[in-house]
Design a protein around this ligand. Structure first.
Ligand code: GDP
Length: 191
């Protein structure tokens, strides 16, 4: 199972639509106290779980506690989930994304980070932005992947990275996930 996470407005719905268009059917909805988790079955192989957006206090208040509970619930459903963390490629590193990346890292989830809306980043800024974001969120074993749902740029590469994360998750089944000591983001800190 892949849990897809990102700040509100990061482009998560657009990306999921672009990635899952023909492949997935929404199978169920797990009601939460404020927002639901949406489950998609992909190719009869694995689930994609669309998690609530965070980072904007004006949207549903997904508190730290709720996020912790949600991730714990996912871990109970599948003891070795992978995560796809989306960050906005147009913006410099955001505090809430840093917290989320750290949180995922500490849980030991096999995580892929993608920078969205890459079509809106000027070519002259791309190298520097990619270097910055990789430094902030990049994981030692997997590159940060810039993508655009609008143009379709790098979507196949992102699918391959997610498959690789699921594969490494499957191979590490003997290692139980750790409980994170890092705090997930506080949604009231930003717009
Ligand atoms: P969500 O809140 O994370 O689900 O974000 P949405 O998918 O609803 O997108 C938020 C806004 O970003 C919308 O105005 C989209 O049109 C825009 N957006 C999403 N993906 C892209 C992209 O790849 N490129 C550009 N330029 N805009 C995008």
């Amino acid at each position: 199972m892949v849990a897809v996470l990102g700040r509100s407005n990061v482009g998560k719905s657009s990306l999921l639509n672009a990635l899952l268009r023909v492949k997935a059917a929404r199978v169920s909805q797990t009601p939460g106290r404020t927002q639901a988790l949406y489950w998609y079955r992909v190719d009869d192989r694995f689930y994609v779980v669309d998690c609530p957006g965070y980072g904007y206090a004006k949207t549903a208040k997904v508190s730290r506690i709720l996020f912790s509970e949600m991730i714990e619930a996912l871990l109970t459903t599948d003891p070795h989930p992978a995560a796809l963390l989306l960050v906005d490629g147009r913006l410099e590193a955001q505090e809430s994304d840093r917290s989320m990346a750290l949180f995922l890292h500490e849980t030991g989830l096999s995580t892929v980070v993608a920078a969205t809306k890459w079509d809106a980043v000027k070519p002259s800024q791309r190298v520097r932005r990619l270097r910055e974001l990789t430094k902030e969120y990049g994981l030692p074993d997997r590159p940060l992947q810039p993508v655009s749902s609008e143009t379709g740029e790098n979507l196949p590469a992102l699918s391959r990275l997610v498959s690789a994360a699921l594969q490494s998750r499957a191979e590490s089944r003997s290692e139980p996930p750790r409980k994170s000591t890092a705090e997930p983001p506080d949604p009231s800190k930003e717009p």
